[in-house]
Design a protein around this ligand. Structure first.
Ligand SMILES: [Zn+2]
Length: 336
């Protein structure tokens, strides 16, 4: 199965640039900037990341973020991720970046941010990995009365290949509905609506994402299953759920990975794809997540169908979409 999965042309829709930094990348950036990390780790930066609880995760995540200071840093992170994606036969990725963290918190100039993402995207393309961008509003940092992210999106100083607006961060206590106006403005720019919902909150969060934000895909969406009627609605509308098994287990959305409702989601008629979320910090990659899906009952035909569904629900350009569809057809012929 592993060889089959490696051979399978792949599409990833839910991966955070700022969460993708591997330990090797963090070390590379640390050697550029020589920061102090004694508040995060005693001794050297570890070879693999792990964390004991959410605050521990938060400390490491913020340290990684603090290393993204200029265009070259952003290009390095994108390119390092692209190298691992290329090795796993991932042809297309939609990467989410939280502009707010860099522009508002980090004080980076809009042009510097844009240039870094553009250069990273060029380097990824040279490796055969096509990147599109989603820029998200961090709901637990940027309150609904703030307009930093949407103002930035409207400024035009955005990267090439920008296709969507997301809503990230902790759902509990930060509902989606108050961001309806932000999403309306982003959609008026031609951006697609791909908020997180149904991860740390239940079905009502999904309902708000669909009704108030016009969600075309759901980041996670696993907890939509708590409401059978809404599940049917999401399934009928063809709204794809971007499922991230390891992330769900590490952040307590499911008790253990064995409890993950992936198979139940598919049986309920939901369209799903498999994703990594924060591959660096969760020390995972797409091959690992696909292998986990196999242990959760996903067979080879369903793996192929999930890749076709991910491609159909992606915002890849027509030539990229055509090429990957042909690769998937060739894979099917070779393995049937
Ligand atoms: Zn996410």
């Amino acid at each position: 199965m592993t060889e089959l999965l490696l051979d399978l042309p792949k599409v990833e829709l839910h991966c955070h640039l700022e969460g993708s930094m591997s330990a090797a990348t963090v070390k590379e950036l640390a050697s550029r900037h020589r920061p102090d990390w004694s508040h995060v780790w005693s001794g050297d930066i570890p070879d693999h990341f792990s964390f004991t609880d959410f605050p521990d995760f938060g400390r490491q995540y913020l340290f990684g973020l603090s290393l993204l200071r200029d265009s070259e840093d952003l290009a390095i992170v994108t390119d390092d991720l692209a190298a691992t994606l290329a090795a796993q036969n991932v042809a297309y990725v939609e990467l989410t970046s939280t502009a707010y963290s860099h522009l508002h918190v980090g004080g980076m100039a809009r042009e510097v941010y844009r240039d870094g993402l553009d250069e990273g995207r060029r380097r990824a393309a040279a490796r055969g990995v096509h990147v599109s961008w989603v820029i998200d509003i961090p709901r637990d940092l940027e309150m609904p009365d703030q307009t930093d992210t949407i103002d930035y999106l409207e400024s035009g100083l955005t990267p090439d290949g920008l296709v969507g607006i997301g809503l990230g961060g902790y759902e509990v206590g930060f509902p989606a509905e108050p961001y309806a106006e932000h999403f309306a403005r982003a959609r008026a720019l031609g951006l697609h609506s791909v908020p997180h919902a149904g991860e740390t909150e239940g079905a009502d969060s999904v309902r708000q994402a669909v009704d108030a934000l016009g969600a075309e895909r759901l980041g996670h969406g696993v907890r939509v299953l708590e409401d059978p009627e809404l599940t049917e609605r999401v399934a009928d509308a063809g709204i794809l759920c971007e499922v991230c098994p390891t992330s769900n287990a590490l952040l307590g959305v499911v008790d253990t990975i064995e409890d993950h409702p992936l198979a139940r989601m598919i049986d309920s008629g939901l369209r799903v794809s498999i994703n990594t979320d924060d591959p660096g910090w969760f020390d995972t990659d797409l091959m690992t997540e696909l292998s986990i899906a196999t242990t959760l009952g996903i067979d080879a035909d369903t793996h192929l169908r999930m890749q076709r569904d991910a491609l159909a629900a992606s915002y890849a350009s027509s030539p990229v979409r055509r090429r990957i569809a042909e690769e998937l057809d060739a894979y099917e012929r070779a393995h049937s």
